[in-house]
Design a binder for this molecule. Structure first.
Ligand code: IVH
Length: 674
C-alpha cells in the first residue's frame, strides 16, 4: 500500500505532466502526446482522485471539466482599475496623440513602442496566488468584475499553475494578469458547422459566442466551446515584475501564459505607423478577429507617470482598422434547403464593397434572428465581413425605413418542393421533411460524392442539380445506373467527360465502409463516428439492424446520436436506397484491407510534398485505417515524416529532430507489415 504522502506526490506529478501537455497543445499548438495518451493520463488522475477525493485540489486538470452550474456571479473588486483605451482612426490622430504626451513629459520624445493586435474578445482578469489560478473575473465596470472562475477553469489554454515546470522564475505570490478570451475563426466556423449538422442554432460571431459562453452559469457549456486566451498585461503583483512591455510579454510567456504572436517593436512613431500598416496587411490572415492594434509605450513606468484621462491611460492608444461594417439594401430574403431539410434564410443584397470584396449575399443566421431584429425586405442593413467568417447582417437601420416595409413572415412551404414546412421538436429550426425534396436530394448527392465521402471526381453541386432537375436521378443510388447516354443528353457533356464521370462513379463502388457511412449523410455522423461504426459493425447491413442500445454501447456515441442513426436506417426510403446500392454492386462491407491488423497503432505521422501514386488525403486514410495518427506539423513526438516531391520546411524540421523519413513505398510496406 502506498502511503498518503506518496499518493499526494503521485497526484502532483500527474497533474504537472497533464498541464505540460495542455500547454504544448493549447498554447504552443505543438502537441507532445496523442489525444489517446492524454486521455489515459487524465483517466489515471481521475481514478486516483476518485479514491482519494479529499486530495482533489481546485487546480487539478480534472477540475477543468465541469462543476455544478453556479447560482449567479459574485461581484469582485479589481486590485486596480481595469482601464480602457482611447481610439485613433488615422495616422494624424496617432501623431497628435504623440505630440500631446510629448508635451507632458519630455522622455516621450525618445520613447520606444510596442504594437500589438487588439483582440476582439472579452477582457478577463486572472488572479494567481502562490502560483495557482485562484480567481478569474470579467472587466465589469472597471472597478468590479463578475467572478467567472468556474467557467474560466474550463479554458484549456489558461494555466492553472505557474510557472511552467522547468521555467527558472519565481512569480510573485500574488499576481493578477489581464487577457482577452476569444474564439479563433476556424474553430468558430467548425462550431457553427457542427451545430448546423445537429440541427441546432448557429452563433452570430466569435466575440459574442466567447462572451456568452463565459458569462452564463453552466461551466459545462463553457467547456464545450473552443475558447482561447491571450494575455498581455500585468494588473498587479507583490513582487518584482518587468518594467517594459516587451519584457512583460516574454515574462508571461515564460510563466506559461498564451501571449500574442508576432508583436511588433517600434523605435519611434514612424515605426509605429509602419507596424500598423503591416498589421492591416496581416489582418486577413490572422487566425482570430482583431479590430485594430494597440500602441503601447514600451517603458511602463513612463507610461504610468503619464497618468490617465477618464478611463484611458495616456501611455497607450488603440488604432482601429478600417471598417468592415457597411450598409446596403436588403433586396430579398432567400431560403436554402440543407441536406437534412433544415431551412436557412440568407440575405440577397444590393452588391456592396467591404474590405476590397464585393458582397451580394450574407447570412441571416436563422428565423429567430430575423424576428428579434425585425429585419424587413427593403431595409437598409448593417453588414459585416471579417476574415474567413461568412459575411453577416448585424441589424437593420430602422431610421432609414420609408414606412412601406412589411414585417417578414415565416415561409409556410419548402421553396424547392412546395411541401409544408415543419418546426423541429425543439422549435429552433424549420424543416422540409419531404425525403424526395429535390433541393435536399441535390445537397445529398453533393455530400455523397464529396472528397471526404465517396470521392467521385467531377460530381459537384452543379451537376447534381442538372441530374435532379432532368429527373434522371431520383435518389443517390441512381448514380450507379447512370449511363454515358444519359449524360450526353445533359448540357456541357461530350463523350470524354461522360466517360470520365461514369468511370469515377464506377471506382467509387469499392470505397471503404467508413466513407460509405459518411456518404449516407446521417446527421451527427462525421468521420470519426463513421470510422468507429465501420470498425464495430463491419457492414452496412449489420449497422442497419443495430438496436439503439447496440449503438450506445460504442464509446463516443450517446443517446441522441444513437437515435438519429437508428431512425435513419428505419426510414423506408433509406432502406430502399440501400437495397438499390446492393443491386447495383456498391460495396457495403468492410474490405479486407480495412480489417488489416492495426499495424500503425500508436504512431504519429506527418505527410509533406506530393507523393508518387497517392494523394496526401489517400495516404492519410491509409495511415488512419491502420490505426496511425496524422498531424499537421512536425514535433518531437512525430514518429515518421512521409515525404514526397517538393517537401518544404517540414523535411528540414524532421531532419533536425532526427525523425525517420519515409517514401511512399516505405509507408506502404510499413502499413502492410504485421
Ligand atoms: S491594453 C491600459 N492590449 O481592448 C491597457 N487591450 O478598447 C488597456 N484589448 O478593454 C488594455 N487587445 O480588453 C490592451 N493587446 C491589447 C488588447 C487590448 C484587446 C481590449 C481590452 C480593452 C479594449 C479597449
Amino acid at each position: 500500500m502506498m502511503g498518503r504522502e506518496e499518493i499526494k506526490h503521485q497526484l502532483e506529478q500527474l497533474r504537472r505532466e497533464i498541464e505540460q501537455h495542455n500547454h504544448a497543445y493549447y498554447v504552443l499548438n505543438a502537441p507532445t502526446i496523442s489525444d489517446y495518451e492524454w486521455d489515459q493520463l487524465l483517466r489515471k488522475l481521475q481514478a486516483i482522485e476518485a479514491e482519494y477525493p479529499d486530495l482533489i485540489t481546485p487546480d487539478s486538470p480534472t477540475q477543468r471539466i465541469a462543476v455544478e452550474p453556479a447560482e449567479g456571479f459574485k461581484r469582485v473588486p479589481h486590485p486596480a482599475p481595469i482601464l480602457s483605451l482611447a481610439n485613433a482612426y488615422s495616422d494624424e490622430e496617432v501623431r497628435a496623440w504623440f505630440e500631446r504626451i510629448s508635451k507632458l513629459d519630455e522622455r516621450v520624445k525618445d520613447a520606444d513602442f510596442v504594437v500589438e493586435p487588439k483582440f476582439d474578445g472579452l477582457t478577463v482578469v486572472l488572479h494567481y496566488q502562490n502560483g495557482r489560478f485562484a480567481q478569474g473575473t470579467t472587466r465589469g465596470d472597471g472597478e468590479n468584475g463578475e467572478d467567472i472562475s468556474s467557467n474560466l477553469r474550463t479554458v484549456r489554454s489558461l494555466p492553472l499553475r505557474i510557472p511552467l515546470a522547468g521555467a527558472q522564475i519565481d512569480p510573485p505570490a500574488n499576481l493578477v494578469v489581464r487577457g482577452e478570451a476569444l474564439i479563433y475563426l476556424d474553430d468558430f466556423s467548425r462550431l457553427n458547422r457542427e451545430l448546423e449538422d445537429a440541427g441546432e442554432r448557429t452563433y452570430v460571431n466569435p466575440r459574442n459566442t466567447a462572451s456568452g459562453a463565459l458569462r452564463q452559469l453552466d461551466p459545462n457549456l463553457t467547456a464545450s466551446r473552443p475558447i482561447r486566451l491571450m494575455c498581455y498585461d500585468i494588473i498587479s503583483a507583490d513582487g518584482d515584475i518587468p518594467t517594459r512591455q516587451t519584457e512583460v510579454i516574454a515574462y508571461l510567456e515564460k510563466l506559461g501564459f498564451p501571449v500574442p504572436d508576432g508583436i511588433v517593436y517600434a523605435k519611434d512613431v514612424a515605426g509605429v505607423l509602419e507596424a500598423y500598416e503591416a498589421w492591416v496587411r496581416r489582418r486577413e490572415t490572422l487566425p482570430y478577429e482583431a479590430d485594430g492594434v494597440v500602441i503601447k509605450i514600451n517603458d511602463l513606468s513612463l507610461s504610468k507617470d503619464l497618468g490617465i484621462v477618464g478611463k484611458d491611460p495616456r501611455g497607450a492608444l488603440a488604432y482601429k482598422f478600417p471598417a468592415q461594417v457597411v450598409t446596403t439594401e436588403l433586396l430579398d430574403i432567400g431560403l436554402n434547403v440543407g441536406r437534412t431539410g433544415v431551412i436557412t434564410p440568407y440575405a440577397i443584397l444590393e452588391p456592396v464593397e467591404v474590405g476590397g470584396v464585393t458582397v451580394r449575399q450574407a447570412t441571416l443566421h436563422n428565423f429567430d434572428f430575423i424576428k428579434e431584429k425585425d429585419i424587413r425586405v427593403g431595409d437598409r442593413v448593417l453588414l459585416k465581413r471579417a476574415g474567413d467568417v461568412i459575411p453577416y447582417i448585424i441589424a437593420p437601420v430602422v431610421e432609414a425605413r420609408r414606412g412601406q416595409e412589411p414585417r417578414y413572415e415565416l415561409p409556410a412551404q419548402c421553396p424547392s418542393c412546395g411541401e409544408p414546412l415543419q418546426f423541429s421538436d425543439t422549435e429552433v429550426a424549420l424543416y422540409c421533411v419531404n425525403q424526395a425534396c429535390p433541393s435536399r436530394l441535390i445537397r445529398n448527392i453533393e455530400h455523397f460524392a464529396s472528397r471526404g465521402a465517396m470521392d467521385i471526381e467531377g460530381m459537384g453541386i452543379k451537376l447534381a442539380k442538372q441530374l435532379v432537375d432532368s429527373g434522371i436521378v431520383q435518389d443517390i443510388a441512381d448514380l450507379y445506373s447512370l449511363t454515358i447516354d444519359d449524360l450526353l443528353g445533359l448540357e456541357g457533356f461530350a463523350e470524354k467527360r461522360a466517360q470520365n464521370l461514369v468511370d469515377a462513379i464506377d471506382r467509387s463502388r469499392s470505397q471503404s465502409l467508413t466513407r460509405m457511412i459518411i456518404a449516407l449523410g446521417i446527421r451527427n455522423v462525421g468521420e470519426s463516428v463513421a470510422a468507429d461504426l465501420a470498425r464495430h459493425f463491419g457492414s452496412v447491413e449489420s449497422l442497419a439492424s443495430a438496436s439503439k442500445s447496440d449503438l450506445e454501447s460504442l464509446e463516443g456515441i450517446g443517446p441522441v446520436v444513437a437515435e438519429t442513426i437508428h431512425d435513419w436506417f428505419h426510414q423506408p426510403t433509406n432502406a430502399a436506397v440501400l437495397e438499390k446500392f446492393k443491386a447495383r454492386g456498391v460495396s457495403l462491407e468492410m474490405a479486407e484491407v480495412e480489417q488489416r491488423a492495426q499495424s500503425l497503432a500508436g504512431l504519429t505521422f506527418v505527410i509533406t510534398g506530393s507523393l508518387e501514386t497517392m494523394s496526401r488525403s489517400e495516404a492519410k486514410e491509409l495511415i488512419q485505417s491502420a490505426g496511425g495518427r496524422v498531424v499537421g506539423s512536425v514535433s518531437s513526438k512525430t514518429n515518421y515524416l512521409v515525404a514526397g516531391d517538393a517537401p518544404g520546411s517540414k523535411l528540414a524540421k524532421a531532419r533536425a529532430l532526427n525523425i525517420e523519413i519515409l517514401t511512399e513505398t516505405q509507408l506502404l510496406a510499413l502499413s502492410a507489415s504485421e
